[in-house]
Design a binder for this molecule. Structure first.
Ligand code: 4AD
Ligand code: MG
Length: 465
């Protein structure tokens, strides 16, 4: 008999027909005559109730049906008498695929902390919370592809192994097959990477942008969507060592169009979640964050506030003058900390903010220099509870200016000759940005820690699963 997914069975009104349901036992309760099993198969946050008439089965046979066990049940779909569900299944046939010893099964009925669940990352998808989060994660990935595809952007694959440091921030994981116990050295006593696998020094990419720009200068509008890696030692609720990034890059876009794209993109994704993840969002709203759905709706309905970094600093300085205490110093030239970003978003404007025109010293080498000679055409999108969710810019399209800026920021110019070549041959104004996928998920799910929106978080000292 063909299996029916629980998400479909719960919507069915074909009462009296036989169905086959397979899934994992969430709970089993009852008395000496009847057992009620709450079964979940991951297709929805909701369980289906299986009613087992104990007189029809050997007691011993049913014994392994405990929390965590996997079973297949065939029986009649009937209208439920109980509260909280419309349908249930009266078991006629029960097959047990695998028991889960109640003595050792780590997930019990009682709520576990998110921290504890991170220690059993192989089982946490079986919980309501992570089922909801990972279903939403899937829907967000679909929304992202749909958004760009519908607008004529091409999905472009950039390499994971690269030789360049796109952000110039020196936060890269090295990729090598050299024997670390016996590293070949040059005459100067330095590591001889010519003996390494690629014949040169190589790393995991921190961003697909540089390669993405090459594609934008040919295909017009592209986006990347892939894993990126940062070896920064920051143990915060917003940083991962391995995270996914979406990076659109568009020829002929100036920064204003780039900002508009960023706003429409996020709003589209959030609306998609509201339209397609209703049950999971309701669950997260009730469990973790009573204002979640309200906040999502607010973001969809309101334009983001746009202002310059310089204007932002003024607001922060006024806040300090009025007695607000920040941990980090405020002043023109400083790199904004999350506490500053969140002050602007949550306290001052009470809506998402796009901050532009940052001092060139604190931004990457590829950003276009403004006429003032001090600021660059950068744009960071700042979100409530998150801080920076998007970083992007208009790119410097002038060959000489780009080369000079790269050199002055210590970027090894000879390694990026292939990138600079786009400015030698048919250069054009262009812009793009990067959205941190997990930061978007933090916002959409209302989870507080970025480790809880990715199936297998990678952070300093943590890569067990
Ligand atoms: O601001 P970032 O470093 O910008 C870039 O990498 C550009 N190449 C993007 C572009 O213009 N194409 O990173 C972009 C976004 C951040 O705004 C943040 O959302 C996310 O990536 N991000 C991280 N997310 C999780 N963990 C980390 N360690 C992250 N670092 C950046
Ligand atoms: Mg940034």
């Amino acid at each position: 008999m063909q299996r029916t997914k629980i998400v479909d069975a719960l919507k069915s009104t074909a009462f009296g027909t036989d169905v086959n349901i397979k899934g994992w036992v969430r709970t089993r309760r009852g008395n000496k005559n009847v057992s009620f099993v709450a079964l979940n198969d991951g297709s929805t946050i909701h369980n289906i109730q299986i009613v087992i008439d104990l007189s029809k089965f050997e007691e011993e046979y049913l014994k392994p049906i405990t929390t965590g066990a996997c079973i297949s049940v065939t029986g009649k779909l009937v209208e439920s008498q109980g509260k909280g569900q419309n349908v249930e299944v009266q078991a006629e046939n029960v097959h047990i695929y695998g028991g889960a010893d109640p003595e050792t099964y780590p997930l019990q009925k009682k709520g576990h902390t998110l921290e504890f669940l991170r220690e059993i990352a192989h089982l946490r998808p079986r919980t309501n919370t992570f089922g909801a989060v990972f279903r939403i994660r899937h829907h967000m990935a679909i929304a992202i592809h749909k958004f760009f595809h519908d607008r004529g952007f091409f999905y472009f694959h950039t390499p994971i192994i690269t030789a360049s440091d796109a952000e110039g921030a020196g936060q890269m994981f090295q990729v090598t097959t050299l024997d670390l116990n016996n590293v070949p050295k040059t005459e100067n006593g330095e590591v001889d990477f010519s003996e390494d696998f690629f014949g040169r020094h190589a790393n995991l990419t921190v961003s697909g942008q540089l390669e993405g720009e090459l594609a934008a200068m040919a295909l017009g509008a592209i986006y990347t969507f892939g894993p990126t890696f940062r070896a920064e030692n920051s143990n915060t609720p917003r940083h991962l060592s391995e995270f996914w990034m979406i990076e659109p890059e568009v020829a002929f876009y100036e920064i204003e169009e780039n900002m508009q794209l960023a706003q429409e993109f996020i709003q589209y994704c959030v609306q998609w979640a509201l339209d397609n993840c209703e049950d999971d969002l309701k669950f997260l709203n009730d469990m973790y964050d009573k204002e979640l759905i309200e906040r999502l709706k607010f973001v969809v309905e309101n334009d983001f506030k746009r202002l310059t970094y310089t204007e932002g600093i003024k607001i922060l300085e006024e806040a300090v003058a009025n007695g607000h205490k920040f941990e980090y110093r405020v002043g023109w030239g400083v790199d904004l900390q999350s506490e500053h970003e969140r002050y602007l978003v949550e306290k001052h404007f009470k809506k998402p903010v796009i901050l532009t025109d940052y001092p060139q010293e604190i931004k990457a080498f590829y950003m276009k220099l403004n006429e003032d000679g001090k600021t660059v055409r950068a744009m960071d999108v700042l979100f409530p509870k998150i801080g920076e969710i998007i970083g992007g810019s208009q790119r410097e399209e002038d060959y000489e200016k780009l080369k000079t800026r790269a050199a002055s920021m210590g970027v090894p110019v000879k390694d990026i000759w292939w990138y600079l070549d786009t400015r030698r041959f048919g250069t054009a104004p262009h812009s793009g940005f990067g959205l941190g996928f997990e930061r978007l998920l933090l916002f959409v799910t209302g989870m507080a820690n970025i480790r809880d929106v990715i199936p297998f978080p990678r952070t300093p000292h943590n890569a067990e699963f």
